[in-house]
Design a protein around this ligand. Structure first.
Ligand code: SAH
Ligand code: SF4
Ligand code: F3S
Length: 439
């Protein structure tokens, strides 16, 4: 009773949570007889899993849809779907502006996708951007994934923080944590398929408060329970809010060797005035004290962050405060973005910093961050790290993997080595990667 195999092409924009969601949608469509293809030209269905975080990201969806026009003209049966955060935010508008789109599925409705495709087959143009009461994860099929060493696992979704610039509380909805047993079960299945490293995902992952045996569990307790799964060697989590770093989670960084020494802890700005205007609910000083406590628990931890330049009201002094905070922390890496006003967010109507100034400040942030990245990479040279091989490099006899500190490391190693966890001595540092030799 299996259908002839149809081909599905998924393009994923935005954050790791979208990467995870794309995988789950591929699995749901796999159960309907769709196999994945990298080539949109041979696809029977193209799904864009979109991001709304900045204007550029959102606009890209419309230009990519325009580029699908000739494919649809050549193959009128081609189904085109829009998923993710732009779908959630602008579903009806997409349908109006883009007649070639057959379905729009919001970020919480992916378990409805197979049914929606059937509706398209009946000639409908379904839109589902509700925040349903049921949990999409529990209504998605079992994960029949291919063997590979690393995987994402979403444990928490949504955000109740309402930073003044951010669309996530609107596109992903309120904070929801998955139950402990579900997460442990999914992790065990991933490990049984060969996964050695799991990255726990959530828009505010450290705000995790899932129902578990004996009441509600925080992320620290969840990490410790996951660490007991034999064969799971590495645990990471992202993205964290400074106000949700609990004592227990910080302690886990010192006590649990499987918890990797790398933490993405976005601060956004180093100016208390701007942090207040951003509704971040913490000061620069509180963040610096938090960093001290984390480093006391795990002295070698590498930190990263996100920064926004040119937030409405940002003065030269505020910008210098951000540079000072970066200098005080010393990041292993960090992302910085020019502020982009997003419709519906509290900051959208405030008048911004002029583009030239915001660009210049962004460049100054990036220059300082890149010097710090360079310095932390150089400091790795001569050190021993563990590397989990993920894929062969471009040169013969070369493998690429990630170190404990999330650096990409190139290593000379013969044979099929995917999934090997090896000890490596770092021998040199390049732009965005390290090279090392097997010990
Ligand atoms: N939940 C995470 C990440 C949210 S989005 C957190 O709280 O940190 C990822 C990053 O995009 C944010 O950290 C922020 O730096 C950036 N960002 C969000 N909205 C933005 C906007 N309107 N303009 C520019 N950057 C933005
Ligand atoms: Fe957005 Fe702030 Fe929530 Fe992060 S904490 S997702 S930046 S609203
Ligand atoms: Fe983008 Fe949505 Fe992630 S807006 S960053 S895809 S949560």
């Amino acid at each position: 009773m299996t259908d002839a195999v149809k081909k599905l092409h998924i393009k994923t924009y935005g954050c790791q949570m979208n990467v995870y969601d794309s995988e789950r949608m591929a699995e749901a469509m796999g159960a309907k007889g769709y196999a994945l293809t990298d080539d949109p030209a041979e696809a029977d269905m193209v799904l864009l899993n979109t991001c709304h975080i900045r204007e550029k990201a959102a606009e890209k969806v419309y230009s990519d849809l325009g580029r699908l026009r000739p494919l649809k003209d050549a193959k009128p049966d081609l189904k085109i779907g829009v998923a993710g955060c732009v779908a959630q935010a602008e579903g009806e508008e997409i349908m109006r502006r883009m007649p070639l789109v057959d379905l729009v599925v919001g970020s919480q409705a992916y378990h409805h996708l197979p049914k929606m495709v059937e509706a398209v087959e009946r000639g409908e143009r379904p839109v589902d951007i509700e925040f349903p009461v049921e949990d999409k994860f529990e209504h998605l099929p079992e994960r029949p994934m291919a063997a590979r060493p690393t995987a994402f696992l979403t444990v928490q979704e949504g955000c109740d923080k309402f930073c003044a610039f951010c669309v996530v509380p609107y596109t992903r909805g309120a904070e929801v944590s998955r139950p402990v047993e579900r997460i442990l079960g999914e992790a065990q299945k991933l490990v049984a398929k060969g996964v050695k490293e799991i990255t726990l995902l959530g828009q505010n992952v450290n705000g995790y408060h899932g129902a578990g045996p004996e009441g509600v569990w925080g992320l620290g307790r969840l990490v410790r329970a996951l660490a007991e799964i034999p064969g799971l060697e590495r645990i990471r989590y992202t993205t964290s809010h400074p106000n949700d770093m609990t004592d227990d989670l910080i302690a886990a960084h010192g006590e649990e060797p499987k918890l990797m020494p790398y933490l993405h802890l976005p601060v956004q700005s180093g100016s208390d005035r701007i942090l207040k205007l951003m509704n971040r609910k913490h000061t620069a000083e509180a963040y610096l004290r938090l960093v001290e406590r984390i480093r006391a628990a795990r002295p070698d931890i590498l930190l990263s962050s996100d920064f926004i330049s040119g937030f409405p009201g940002e003065t030269e002094q505020d910008h210098r405060d951000t540079l000072a905070l970066i200098a005080a922390v010393g990041y292993g890496s960090a992302f910085s973005f020019k502020y982009s006003p997003r419709p519906g967010t509290p900051a959208a109507d405030r008048s911004g910093v002029d583009a030239e100034t915001a660009d210049r400040r962004l460049q100054e942030l990036q220059a300082l961050i890149s010097r710090q990245q360079h310095a932390t990479q150089e400091a790795m040279v001569g050190r021993e790290v563990s590397v989990l091989f993920e894929k062969p490099g471009r040169l013969p006899g070369q493998w690429i993997g990630k170190s404990d500190y999330l650096h990409s490391v190139f290593v000379a190693a013969e044979g099929p080595r995917q999934g090997d966890l090896v000890r490596v001595r770092i021998t040199s540092s390049a732009q965005n990667s390290l090279a090392g030799e097997l010990l």
